[in-house]
Design a protein around this ligand. Structure first.
Ligand SMILES: O=P(O)(O)OC[C@H]1O[C@](O)(CO)[C@@H](O)[C@@H]1O
Length: 234
C-alpha cells in the first residue's frame, strides 16, 4: 500500500457473506472479499504509545471498487455507543486515495447526509450519527480513521434495518431502503475543513495523533458541542 510506510498487520476482511444482512440485494450470489481493515496502526513504538495514552486508534481501510449485484461496495455500517459524558463517540476520517461517499444518518433519522470525498478530504462523524462508507469509484478507496479505543461499534440498527437509509447503485442512483418508513431526504454536503480543531486538508490525519486536542475530541465529545453543531451545516 503506497500510502502507508509502516508495518501492516493481517487485516480483518469483510466478505459478501459477512455483508449479506445489509445489502440492497441480499440474495446476490456473488462471493469474495469486499474490504480490508488494518486496525491500530502506528509508524513507531513511540507513536503507538502516544495513541494508547490518548485512548485513540488509527486504522486504515481499503474498500475494493465494484458492486455487489449492482450496489456499490460499502462498509457494513454502525453507530457508536455513548461516552461517559453522555454523547456518543465521534470519529474522523481521511481519504488517502480514491473516491468515497460517506453516508451519515442521525439516530432519529431526521438527517441523512452524503459527503462525497477525494484524496485529502477529512470527514467528521459527529456524536449520534451512524455511518457507512461507499466506494463509487473505479479504484480502491483507501481511507484512514482516528477513533476512541474505548468502545466497540454497534451494528444492531443496521442489521435490523438491512443497511443504511439509502443504497447507492452502480448507475449512481440512491435507492431509499424500504424498511425505513420515515426518514429525511438525502442531503449532499461538501467535505470541509475544521480549523478550530486542526482538521484541515493540508495536515495528514496521521500527524494529528500528536495533537493533544484529538484525544479529547474523540473521548470527551461533550466539550466540543460547537464543533458538532456546525459540522453538518449546509
Ligand atoms: O465496522 P464497519 O461498519 O464494517 O466499518 C469499518 C470501519 O469502521 C472502523 O472500524 C472505524 O469505525 C474502521 O476500522 C473501518 O473503516
Amino acid at each position: 500500500m503506497d500510502v502507508w510506510k509502516g508495518v501492516l498487520p493481517e487485516p480483518e476482511v469483510r466478505t459478501v457473506e459477512d455483508m449479506r444482512e445489509v445489502l440492497a440485494y441480499p440474495a446476490c450470489e456473488q462471493q469474495g472479499p469486499l474490504y480490508y481493515m488494518y486496525r491500530d496502526l502506528a509508524l513507531t513504538d513511540e507513536d503507538h504509545a502516544i495513541l494508547r495514552e490518548g485512548g485513540i486508534r488509527y486504522d486504515i481501510t481499503i474498500i475494493t471498487p465494484g458492486s455487489v449485484c449492482g450496489e456499490f461496495i460499502k462498509t457494513k455500517g454502525h453507530y457508536h455507543p455513548e461516552s461517559p459524558g453522555g454523547l456518543q463517540y465521534p470519529e474522523i476520517y481521511e481519504v488517502l486515495s480514491g473516491k468515497g461517499h460517506f453516508l451519515l444518518q442521525s439516530q432519529d433519522l431526521t438527517d441523512v447526509v452524503l459527503h462525497p470525498a477525494t484524496t485529502g478530504d477529512k470527514i467528521l462523524i459527529p456524536p449520534g450519527f451512524g455511518h457507512v462508507t461507499i466506494n463509487p469509484g473505479e479504484d480502491p478507496l483507501v481511507m484512514a480513521n482516528i477513533v476512541s479505543r474505548n468502545f466497540e461499534s454497534d451494528y444492531s440498527f443496521f442489521r435490523a434495518y438491512r443497511g443504511a437509509a439509502y443504497y447507492e447503485t452502480d448507475d449512481g442512483q440512491f435507492l431509499k431502503n424500504p424498511l425505513y418508513t420515515r426518514v429525511a431526504d438525502l442531503r449532499f454536503l461538501e467535505a470541509v475543513d475544521h480549523p478550530e480543531v486542526g482538521v484541515v486538508r493540508e495536515v495528514p490525519l496521521y500527524d494529528l495523533i500528536r495533537d493533544p486536542l484529538i484525544p479529547d475530541l474523540m473521548n470527551l465529545p461533550e466539550a466540543f458541542t460547537h464543533i458538532w453543531e456546525n459540522c453538518l451545516r449546509d
